[in-house]
Design a protein around this ligand. Structure first.
Ligand SMILES: [Fe+2]
Length: 206
């Protein structure tokens, strides 16, 4: 499933989860999913639809709304809700039951060229995820032909810097607090070892 599949037009809809709400347990519980997907993600979509109704953004695809509102002080609310809608859909697709393990060969080769080996890539992702101060995201991106790890605050997305996201880890407290309380590092390492969907990341290279 490529990034482009996330594009949707008004009214934007909350995409179905690609697995059952208890399929990521025990790393991410059904209870966390019920709040994170069922309330937070849904609210971003609902707010976005309300905010863009009757504006120049009403009929634009999601990515165009994000790039068209980024950095504009009077469009912050639209940007935040559009980017959070996109980021969450991308996050859910980048996880899967029985994930982790070895990436497909095409991605593994790129990881080795950019980081040396898979462990170094995972360490860099974990470091970005745990050191992002406050709310935000850690990302594996393709930028200028190389893979990089970047972190963004709040709703920000590598899309606005022109990089191509391959996968992301949500490090807002709502992503882990019910299951891990303040232990963000434990959430991040469990996600990387047991849920990360390298197939999805590899598909996004194309
Ligand atoms: Fe989130």
């Amino acid at each position: 499933m490529s990034n482009n599949k996330i594009e949707s037009a008004s009214p934007h809809v909350l995409p179905s989860l690609p697995y059952a709400d208890n399929a990521l347990a025990p790393v991410i519980s059904a209870n966390t999913i019920s709040f994170h997907y069922g309330k937070h993600h849904k609210t971003y979509v609902d707010n976005l639809n309300k905010l863009i109704a009757g504006t120049e953004f009403a009929d634009l695809p999601l990515e165009k709304i994000i790039t068209g509102t980024a950095g504009k002080a009077d469009k912050t609310a639209i940007f935040n809700n559009a980017a959070q809608t996109w980021n969450h859909t991308f996050y859910w697709r980048g996880l899967k039951p029985k994930g982790g393990g070895e990436p497909p060969a095409v991605l593994k080769k790129k990881i080795e060229a950019s980081f040396g080996n898979l462990d170094a890539c995972k360490k860099e992702l974990a470091n970005a995820a745990t050191t992002q101060f406050g709310s935000g995201w850690a990302w594996l991106v393709l930028d200028g032909g190389k893979l990089k790890v970047v972190k963004t605050g709040n709703a920000d997305s590598p899309l606005i810097q022109g990089a191509k996201p391959l996968l992301t880890i949500d490090v807002w407290e709502h992503a882990y607090y019910l299951d891990y309380q303040n232990r963000r590092a434990d959430y991040v390492s469990a996600v990387l070892d047991k849920l990360i969907n390298w197939d999805f990341a590899a598909e996004n290279l194309g």
